[in-house]
Write a protein that binds this ligand. Structure first.
Ligand SMILES: NC(=O)c1ccc[n+]([C@@H]2O[C@H](COP(=O)([O-])OP(=O)(O)OC[C@H]3O[C@@H](n4cnc5c(N)ncnc54)[C@H](OP(=O)(O)O)[C@@H]3O)[C@@H](O)[C@H]2O)c1
Length: 508
């Protein structure tokens, strides 16, 4: 694999959770594989006043704690840590960026990194515009001496209007091809494998359309609650935090037409076309097509877990959704009439993200079933955990007669013992260093996705009578979400049973 050119990575918000959990451990993994440039500097920046030595100690702990390697090797960690520096910055003070520039120039000269710079915004999103403007005012985004690339983290705005404002502001400072909007789901191996599964195999693509597919279901479930991010989450909710970005991107890759090449824009153009074909949900239909819920206190394996409204940082009267399920259609030749169902939630029974392609049934049932009904074949693409692909199909039960049983053909990435699956951030950071934007969201994709979400946001804002259903923590979400699925006896796929105890009552 190619070694990127020398560079400096400036991380704003470097004292935060994302830098410690994901970014620096991912960069260390790349370093361990000899995939970092020969000369590089990681410059942390934040309001917190600390020395580079203190920051190095913090990052040393972070790497040791959050490394995603199966057998992490820390032998060379001190060499890597030598490349880490820290500069206190008050994000809103223009003068602070002059000090930052002086430090960048000093590091550039001292370590011979050259003028390539990646600017990672790992701060709360309301600071992105100010940081970009101040960097520009300090003359730090000029590309005269090397590329300048900006990475931003979701949420990319909180509605259509604010995402346009954010894009317009960034475009005043840098061009679109310098902006990398990270969606870490796209960094996952199985999401990328979706393209290979579809477009490298002759057997799937001919069936991948309205003639053979009955419905498509995408689930992204988390078993945890909001943890210590209640303050952020209460102002975001599942629709903004998950649906607008991760889930719609998975819809895009599942439903897109074959791209003409693997060029970043060829792929992103096809995803955009899917978003443009989403049948708008009218405000008056939101109640029927979109179910929102909020987890309530419950018992999971004998332990009480608090309801969402009693989490730290959350308003006790909050109506923020921790669960969303929705049904919609894609109005194009491939998918006309095929329902798409997506759902996401916190405090569900397990952590799982999967795409389920439900194929239509055979036109005539010849065989007796051993257990229950068959509702056709399912191809299940497991994004996390235990990445892989599962095909469910019917087989004859051994013995007399023609009794049929549903069985699995199951592929797990982990079975490829000799293949290392890189973490999403590792893959995405490496791609930014190489200037490959295939796995990043483009401005028009983001805005079109917001346009689809907007009527839902408006309906919830303008019509408080639309219910926020409670669901006990550890269950698969509110009961009315089942009524979204069209067809007799059809339900969501439940990868595991409810985790909540039978006795759900809890005094929290
Ligand atoms: N954590 C994750 O796994 C994750 C996943 C997906 C997306 N994200 C996104 O990535 C970004 C960073 O996430 P994070 O979890 O690292 O955030 P964080 O820990 O809440 O904040 C990062 C840093 O930003 C600074 N900061 C926090 N609140 C601030 C405020 N009100 N005003 C000014 N500075 C403030 C703090 O550094 P100083 O006080 O030192 O300046 C803090 O250490 C966010 O936009 C988040 O939405 C995070």
């Amino acid at each position: 694999m190619e070694k990127p050119d020398n560079l400096i990575i400036i991380i704003f918000g470097a004292t935060g959770d994302l830098t410690a959990r994901k970014l620096v451990p991912a960069l260390y993994s790349l370093y361990g594989q000899n995939l970092m440039p020969d000369r590089f500097i990681i410059l942390g920046a934040g309001r917190t006043v600390m020395s580079s030595d203190d920051f190095r100690i913090k990052m040393d702990n972070a790497i040791r704690t959050f490394s995603e390697e199966k057998a992490p090797d820390f032998t060379n960690i001190s060499y890597f840590l030598n490349s880490i520096h820290y500069q206190p910055v008050d994000y809103l003070q223009e003068s602070a960026y002059h000090d930052l520039k002086v430090e960048v120039e000093r590091l550039k000269a001292g370590f011979g990194t050259g003028g390539n710079v990646i600017i990672y915004m790992a701060t709360p999103p309301n600071l992105y515009e100010a940081i970009a403007r101040n960097m520009s005012a300090a003359g730090m985004v000029s590309q005269e001496d090397g590329y300048k690339r900006i990475i931003i983290e979701k949420p990319f705005g909180y509605d259509l209007e604010s995402s346009r404002v954010l894009n317009d502001t960034l475009h005043e400072i840098v061009s679109e091809d310098q902006i990398y909007r990270i969606d870490h789901y796209l960094g996952k191996e199985t999401v990328q494998n979706l393209l290979v599964t579809r477009f490298a195999n002759g057997i799937f693509e001919p069936l991948w359309n309205r003639n053979y597919v009955h419905r498509i279901e995408i689930t992204s479930a988390e078993s945890l609650g909001v943890e210590d991010r209640g303050g952020y989450y209460d102002s975001a909710g599942a629709l903004r935090d998950m649906v607008q970005n991760h889930l719609l991107q998975m819809v895009g890759l599942t439903a897109m037409e074959p791209p003409s090449s693997l060029d970043a824009n060829a792929i992103r153009n096809e995803v955009l076309k899917v978003f443009q074909s989403l049948q708008p949900i009218r405000e008056e239909d939101v109640e029927k097509q979109v179910i929102r819920g909020q987890y309530t206190a419950s018992r999971i394996r004998g332990e009480c877990v608090p309801g969402y409204r009693y989490e730290k940082g959350v308003d006790v009267h909050s109506r923020t959704e921790t669960y969303v399920a929705m049904k919609f259609f894609i109005n194009n030749w491939r998918w006309g009439g095929v329902p798409f169902y997506i759902r996401t939630g916190k405090r569900l029974p397990t952590r799982v993200t999967e795409i389920v392609i439900h194929f239509k049934q055979t036109p005539h049932h010849l065989f007796q079933r051993v257990i229950g009904h068959s509702w056709g074949n399912q191809l299940i693409i497991r994004i996390q955990p235990d990445e892989g692909i599962l095909l469910k199909f019917d087989m004859k039960e051994p013995g007399s007669g023609f009794k049929v049983k549903n069985v699995n053909m199951d592929f797990h990435y982990k079975d490829l013992a000799d293949i290392r699956v890189p973490s999403a951030y590792e893959r995405l950071l490496y791609d930014v260093m190489l200037g490959d934007s295939t796995l990043f969201s483009r401005d028009d994709e983001v805005e079109t996705a917001w346009k689809f979400i907007e009527p839902i946001q408006n309906a919830w804002k303008n019509n408080p009578s639309i219910k926020v259903y409670g669901y006990p923590a550890g269950t698969w979400g509110p009961e009315p979400s089942n009524s979204l699925i069209e067809g007799e006896n059809l339900t969501w796929r439940y990868p595991c049973k409810n985790m909540a105890d039978e006795e759900l009552y809890c005094e929290l």
